[in-house]
Design a protein around this ligand. Structure first.
Ligand code: ADP
Length: 244
């Protein structure tokens, strides 16, 4: 029998000591891969995800190309070393589903019509998994697209809100995901105020859902700030190199 761990301590803090609305430490580095047109490494605490973007380039095989827009292809993949027990490198149903929902989220912001007949490939590789890999992956993918210079309506940031021991908490870790009552991964384009990814595992009341979404929007503002600073850092560095 599996014994469920206590997820909210007596002092109201979570298993890792965070308060309900506290994010894990976020670290973002832009342009980490030389051979990609754009790339980003995103860390939400112990979750580490890298995204690489290639394109717009010739869409191959040719028959996949579309006359009036670019084809966006997304591959979400967990590295075999990203989990405690080795994960098979072959794509699982979960990875195929996540590739699709992340693609749809990105399609909501990328101006694909600017690049007819081309392909834009987005590779998301989970290096270390500790909950929230699809949301960190979505953030990384949108930053890699921005780094590749692909025009978008807005950046997209992902965050998962969960319900653990009856309490709503943001940016859930693996333990909270595994033993919590519900989890709500969302993708938000903060400037245009749109939700571009919305999934729910478990059950939330209408009031809880409303509160969870408010918490997700607040969290997305914080993640967006770090994301914007990381893009700024890369381009300021580039400008200094050109000047020198
Ligand atoms: P997300 O990573 O977006 O939260 P899930 O809710 O499916 O997606 O997974 C929650 C967590 O469970 C992951 O972040 C990861 O830490 C762990 N996990 C998922 N799939 C596997 C797997 N095949 N092997 C081991 N751990 C996994």
């Amino acid at each position: 029998m599996v014994i469920k761990p206590v997820l909210i301590r007596e002092d109201g803090r979570r298993v890792d000591g965070r308060l309900p609305e506290e994010l894990r430490p976020i670290r973002i580095t832009i342009g980490v891969l030389k051979n990609a047109n754009g790339s980003a490494l995103v860390e939400y605490g112990g979750t580490k995800v890298i995204a690489a973007v290639y394109g717009p380039r010739e869409a191959l095989p040719r028959h996949i190309s579309i006359a009036d827009r670019a084809v966006l292809r997304v591959r979400y993949h967990m590295a075999p070393f990203s989990t405690e027990e080795r994960k098979s490198p072959a794509p699982t149903r979960r990875e195929i589903e996540l590739s699709k929902v992340i693609r749809e989220a990105l399609e909501a912001v990328v101006f694909t019509q600017l690049f007819p007949r081309t392909g834009i490939d987005v590779f998301i590789e989970v290096l270390q998994a500790d909950g929230g890999t699809r949301t960190a992956g979505l953030t990384a993918a949108s930053l890699a697209l921005a780094d590749a210079g692909i025009p978008m309506k807005d950046l997209v940031v992902g965050v998962a809100v969960g319900k653990v021991d009856g309490v709503l908490v943001v940016d859930i870790n693996e333990l909270e995901d595994q033993y919590g009552e519900a989890d709500l991964p969302v993708g938000i384009a903060p400037n245009i105020g749109e939700i571009v990814l919305f999934q729910l595992n478990g059950v939330l009341t209408r009031d809880e859902l409303k509160k969870a979404l408010d918490m997700a929007f607040n969290a997305s503002e914080q993640i967006y700030k770090v994301a914007k600073e990381s893009l700024h850092r890369k381009y300021m560095k580039l400008i200094e190199e050109v000047k020198a």
